[in-house]
Design a protein around this ligand. Structure first.
Ligand SMILES: Cc1cc2nc3c(=O)[nH]c(=O)nc-3n(C[C@H](O)[C@H](O)[C@H](O)COP(=O)(O)OP(=O)(O)OC[C@H]3O[C@@H](n4cnc5c(N)ncnc54)[C@H](O)[C@@H]3O)c2cc1C
Length: 499
């Protein structure tokens, strides 16, 4: 009989782990506390409008990238239609200039130089940096054996010429890079180039996605992120795996230092030979195994976490026919909401998916910086609801300034805070990408951190964004692959994939 594995969580990492477990002869059951797959990578409907809870491009989603194989193995290429945008967004500066961050580097360079001829040299430095990363691919998880040695040598050979740039832009922040510009409008563009979260993050986090976009390797799910998660779920069930929804795990069943299964919130017991937690990192390390957190030495510190944005979703009777990418408005009067001061608003319309809104209407989403602690400190539910409304009204008023009549066209208002995210996915403090990428990013990526096992508990493993040096959808999928690779190694089996 096949060895059994319980996987906690049907986020991208859990679903991926499930697929690879099935491909390698294990019988996997995923226990998910929500009623849909995807975790953070999700979408939801409100009164006929579809809103996405994630805002990424899928790295490696076209042939030619090593990651393409990953997405094929997971069923994404087969079951999820992808859309490839022509730009990353347009920033409307306070002087009214509309600057578009085109996916095509040549077009981007021409456009920037056209608007800022005096800055040609610095613009070239920027576009040269993107070009430098055109041949750098996110590493594919190692599978062991000769294949992995060859892949390792190939990756090292390809990365070597780019090492100086990787080291440089892995440390230099976007804010620091923007200091080289003299034109206030161009400075403004760079200070607002990321849609939310500050610019105190390594340039690499922007350059790599721009390089993938140029290569048409950063598709977004045409029907939303839940559709993407459903594609991997379909692959998992086709491979013979089982998913149970509304199945919240409260702790592991451990005796004699070995895991035997899990205990659900309702008290029921599920046996398995192995357990993988692909849930929140803090829960996986402490709550599930019943270990007291060492507050002095815990890695889980609020200041280490990634952004905790608040999401404002609006259903609007406006087709946004003039829009083909995200738009960032620099608001004339900064406003306070969600514990932060806001000087800009980026709106995403699902212009590429006519089924996301009723005819002639648009599903509009804006992610704004916010603070989990601020939302958490609100005294009661009534104040919390009122603050969500304040935030939504501020966003509507800011957009109204640029699109007169917008406010009147709003039909649906839906606000999701870091508390909402924490409640629905269990992620501590509603952090969107687990730990924040820091200046040690490149070192961490090359160190190939492996935190898949917890010392002292045999047959218990962890996967997902919290055990990797950098969160994100691709990272989560790779993490699911890597944890099964580690298990195969323990069992002295060659890791295999099935197309
Ligand atoms: C607003 C936003 C924007 C983002 N933008 C990007 C981007 O541009 N690019 C990018 O790559 N990534 C982005 N991300 C991050 C990306 O979505 C995540 O890093 C990734 O989806 C994490 O996957 P995961 O499987 O590790 O974890 P999760 O998605 O957190 O999955 C964990 C799963 O475990 C379940 N679970 C938790 N506790 C239990 C329990 N006790 N019992 C049973 N089930 C449980 C949860 O319900 C959840 O389904 C964004 C995220 C957000 C929120």
């Amino acid at each position: 009989m096949a060895e059994t594995i319980i996987i906690i969580g049907a986020g991208v990492a859990g679903l991926a782990a499930g697929c690879y477990a099935q491909m390698n002869g294990y019988q996997a059951t995923i226990l998910e506390m929500a009623n849909t797959p995807g975790g953070l990578c999700t979408s939801w409907k409100r009164k006929g409008y579809l809103f996405d809870g994630s805002a990424a491009g899928l790295a490696g989603s076209a042939p030619g990238s090593p990651l393409y194989e990953l997405w094929r193995e997971l069923g994404v290429i087969q079951y999820c239609e992808l859309f490839f945008g022509e730009n990353f967004g347009t920033i409307i500066t306070t002087s009214g200039k509309a600057i578009t961050i085109y996916s095509d580097i040549n077009r981007l360079e021409t456009h920037l130089v056209e608007h800022f001829p005096a800055e040609q040299e610095s613009i070239s430095t920027f576009t040269h940096a993107i070009r430098d990363f055109l041949k750098v691919d996110p590493p594919m998880p190692q599978t062991g054996g000769l294949k992995s040695i060859i892949a390792g040598i190939q990756a090292a050979a390809l990365s070597l010429p780019h090492m100086p740039s990787l080291m440089k832009y892995g440390r230099l922040t976007i804010r620091q890079f923007a200091e080289r510009f003299h034109d206030p409008d161009l400075k403004q563009v760079f200070h607002n180039i990321v849609h939310f979260g500050g610019t105190d993050v390594p340039m690499l986090t922007m350059l790599l996605p721009l390089a993938y976009a140029h290569r048409k390797m950063a598709g977004i799910p045409a029907k939303g992120w839940l559709d993407f998660a459903r594609a991997i779920e379909q692959r998992f069930t086709e491979l013979g795996g089982v998913v149970e929804y509304r199945a919240k795990v409260s702790k592991l069943d451990v005796s004699n230092g070995k895991v035997h299964g899990v205990i659900l919130d309702d008290g029921t017991h599920r046996s398995a030979d192995r357990v993988i937690s692909a849930a929140d990192g803090r829960t996986s390390c402490y709550q599930f195994p019943g270990i007291a957190e060492d507050v002095e030495n815990t890695p889980f510190r609020p200041e280490k976490l990634s952004d905790q944005p608040v999401q404002v979703n609006l259903g609007v009777a406006d087709p946004f026919a003039d829009v083909n990418g995200p738009i960032t408005y620099l608001v004339p009067v900064p406003f306070e909401a969600g514990g932060k001061t806001h000087t800009k608003i980026t709106i995403h319309t699902k212009f590429y998916d006519p089924s996301a809104a009723p005819a002639g209407c648009s599903a509009v989403t804006s992610f704004l910086d916010s603070s989990y602690a601020w939302w958490k400190a609100l005294p009661d539910q009534a104040t919390y609801s009122a603050e969500k409304q304040v935030l939504a009204q501020n966003v509507i008023a800011a957009i109204e300034h640029f699109r007169p009549g917008f406010g009147e066209a709003v039909q649906v208002v839906d606000v999701s805070t870091p508390l909402t995210r924490e409640r629905f996915t269990g992620n501590w403090m509603g952090a969107m990408q687990a730990f924040a990428p820091d200046r040690n990013l490149v070192r961490a990526l090359f160190a190939g951190k492996s935190g898949y096992m917890l010392d002292g508990i045999k047959n218990y493993y962890m996967a997902g964004q919290w055990v990797e040096p950098w969160g994100g959808i691709t990272t989560a999928a790779q993490s699911g692959r890597k944890v099964i690779t580690a298990i195969c190694k323990e069992d002295r089996k060659s890791f295999r994939t099935v197309q």
